[in-house]
Design a protein around this ligand. Structure first.
Ligand SMILES: [Zn+2]
Length: 321
């Protein structure tokens, strides 16, 4: 076992488990105190609120779902970044995401951190850092293969290879999958469902592959938002970007500023605000073994209302006159 893997196992699985055991233990101590047993008061913790499960960067709770494009009838966005991690761009992006309080999903290519050379080991450490900072990690094949051009054995080999790399680096396999080039058909869908993957496509782009500056990406993002506002299936969605492109990192603060500028106008006119979601669970619908396309996200009204209220309160002081 590599030393890094031992650390990541502790961080992702053992530490939350230990925390849970401690909490459970204190609950039992509290119950004992209620029936009169002698329990030192110092070990009695306050009654814990509804326990929230620890963040799972590999998104096991989003397994076995439909293929989703991201249609949602609210101004809700989730950011996704493909093809990394890259040593000279991804760390800057992580800092930018932290600065704006945004968590995202990273669809990574396993070959990038499979080797035993210094570069691949540094990328593996970077991927663990992505997870440590609270982002979600999905698979994007072993070597960015177009799955529709492979036979069944070739597809299974891609999945076997990527899962082995993730096991070695993160101590588990991912459950979200984004097909390279968005290339998929009934056969690839069926093989991915066989492995329990949920496929996540996208419906918001920022022309970041063609662009070469942050200004171009930010402008294309603003145009995408305009298109979404007029879209019959709703304004929200899944944003696809590439953290391998330096101009994407350059553009990110301007994209956040664009959302805030729009939100200030929407706040003034009393409309629903743009909301950036930290994780993509609204786009997940369990489907068992049927590889069906999810028509649109099914979002709970109370969930939207609570988030909008918090957003309005936060923005009120920022928008000014
Ligand atoms: Zn890609």
């Amino acid at each position: 076992m590599r030393p890094g893997m031992r650390r990541s196992l502790l961080t992702f699985f053992l530490a939350p488990l230990l925390a849970l055991l401690v909490v459970r233990g204190s609950v039992r101590a509290h119950e004992l105190a209620l029936v009169g047993a002698v329990v030192p008061t110092t070990v009695v913790a306050p009654e814990p609120a509804e326990a929230t499960p620890p963040h799972d960067p590999l998104a096991a709770e989003l397994a076995g779902g439909r293929t989703t494009r991201g249609f949602v009838r609210h101004r809700m966005l989730h950011f996704t970044f493909d093809d990394g991690p890259r040593l000279d761009t991804t760390p800057r992006l992580l800092d930018a995401l932290d600065a704006h309080g945004v968590k995202a999903t990273f669809f990574v290519v396993a070959r990038g951190f499979d080797g035993n050379n210094a570069t691949d080991r540094a990328k593996a450490a970077l991927l663990r850092e992505v997870a440590r900072r609270g982002h979600t990690i999905g698979a994007h094949t072993y070597d960015h293969a177009n799955l529709t051009r492979l036979d069944d054995e070739g597809i299974r080999a891609q999945l076997d290879a990527q899962e082995a790399v993730f096991e070695a680096v993160l101590g588990g396999r991912p459950w979200l999958f984004r097909p390279p080039y968005g290339a998929r058909d009934e056969r690839t869908d069926a093989l991915l469902v066989e492995r329990g993957y949920t496929q996540m496509l996208w419906n918001v782009t920022a022309r970041d592959v063609e662009s070469r500056t942050g200004e171009q990406v930010a402008e294309a993002f603003a145009q995408s938002l305009d298109l979404r506002e007029r879209h019959p299936r709703g304004p929200g969605g899944i944003v696809v970007l590439h953290d391998t492109k330096p101009w994407v990192v350059d553009a990110f603060p301007a994209m956040m500023a664009e959302l805030e500028r729009r939100n200030c106008a929407l706040l003034a006119s009393g409309e629903e605000l743009w909301d950036v979601l930290d994780e993509p669970s609204i786009f997940h619908e369990a489907t068992g073994d049927r590889p069906r396309m999810q028509r649109e996200a099914d979002v709970d009204d109370a969930f939207v209302a609570a988030r909008q209220e918090a957003l309005r309160a936060r923005l009120a002081t920022r928008c000014g006159g």
